[in-house]
Design a protein around this ligand. Sequence first.
Ligand SMILES: C[S@@+](CC[C@H](N)C(=O)[O-])C[C@H]1O[C@@H](n2cnc3c(N)ncnc32)[C@H](O)[C@@H]1O
Length: 529
Amino acid sequence: MTSLTPTRTAWLRVGCVLAVGQRLEDVVEPIESIPVRDLFSRTMQILDHLSKEASPQQRAALRRAMTTLRTSLSMAERAEAELPALDVVSQLHLAAGIVEPTSSDKAALKVWGADLKARRRAAGLSRSVLAERAGISDSTLRNVETGRRAPTRTTVMHLQSVPELRIDPSPIGSQITSRRQRSQDLSPNCWLTPEYDALKLHGELTMLLNGRGGHLEQTYLYLDPSSAAAWYAIAEQEVYTIARMLMPMDRVAEQISERAGAVGLDVIGLGCGDGKDEVRLTQCLLERHSSQNLRLYLLDISQPLCCAAYRHAAEVLADRPTVSVCAIQGNFHNLQRYTPLLHSQERSHRRRIVCIFGNTFANLQNEIMFVRNSLLGFAPGDFLLLNVPSTMAPADKQDEVMRKDPRLAGRSPTETMAPALSIQDRMYTELLRRYIAGIKSTEIKSTLDYAACPVPGSYAADVRATVKMQSGEAKHFSIAYIKRYDRTLLDEAMLKEGWSPVAHWRYAEEYHPRLLLLYQRVRSVTDET
Ligand SMILES: C[S@@+](CC[C@H](N)C(=O)[O-])C[C@H]1O[C@@H](n2cnc3c(N)ncnc32)[C@H](O)[C@@H]1O
């Protein structure tokens, strides 16, 4: 094992042997204080060793590489002497990662900026490469590095997501090859939103279910590990997987790529559940989009599902270094408060794709209010991808709706769907049983409802549970409110809210016909004021 000599500093590490035609700076990774002479000498030994077994042609090339090293040593040592010395304390400081400046006075900002610059240089990143990797603009990075401006919390968070800025101080050894991977693993992979409080949510759910009854908003349906596991199992069912695979995600990626141009993209999955659709969209974008710089944000209120989604994404996208994945524990009703996800001046060179898969949008209490208020942080050019059930008959033809809509007719559209629907009802029943003390029995029934459907042409299946208590009392809950949409009328409503329809697809006819709808923002809130 090579030892550290903190007095002479080079911030260079030979990551591999020089190959023919490669430049020295392509193969040395800046990492720790080993004198450049030692590094060169070790490299020469390895090259010499390799040349003994090489073919005549390779040997000649290896000899040329050794000559290059020998002749450039004095130049490298001069450069080494000019670099600032980094002692062990500095190394540990760099290893600890970036935090916000302690004060916003000029002197403190200058020190903070210089520190960032040192980290960037130690990581071998140019300013423009770091700006691109962090998803901030060049000018923002310049301003904070020079101490001209204080970094916002969002800028700090974006910088924190670049793993190379956190320098691993462990000595060089047999683990060299795995070091990059380890530093990726150590980079922050989850944000806890400021108001997220799992215990408070649990308390609210308990109180609601132990009251007289009422509507159980979807925020509470998947919170505890048992409900999350039940949902995960539903999403694993063959019928659910097939319906997901029928979603023409490559066509969505094609549309987005054509319209967005060569910019970085932020895929933001709201209520991502197991995250599989968001990951598939990201994969399709990687195939089609000219910029490979992608960020995948997986937001869910359910801690177990958020964690499952992160694991799935990290595993599937592990070999895609241009994609960063971040799980977010938060409430999508508060999305407008989560500034790191929203459009801002410093990230105006990127486009955001907000995705809401599954029935999540259709379960909202008021979709128009949600689009208007929770999505107000997105700007013209950003995308919204909705996935909703289609109407089975025109909303005003009540008899036809009752006959044709499987949920309302009390049957499943195909035999294969029956188990999925019954697991879903079982998930609701078990949730009630876990939380309501003194429960005797539960009956679940869906009724047709129009009164809470703000989108013209839509109707809802109000899934209601009647709970009989051992005391003889009965409670009535609305446990899911699932809307169905007429595509044309939903598009009109979305356009009024500033989201222009771009493309639509109808699929899964043999199950319950579903719509995949792509919108692009044409008007922002500020345009109206
Ligand atoms: C019907 S599941 C859909 C999951 C996934 N999108 C899919 O298509 O399989 C609804 C998801 O939204 C999440 N969710 C519900 N309310 C939420 C809220 N207020 N904020 C964030 N996530 C929420 C749930 O935890 C759950 O993962």
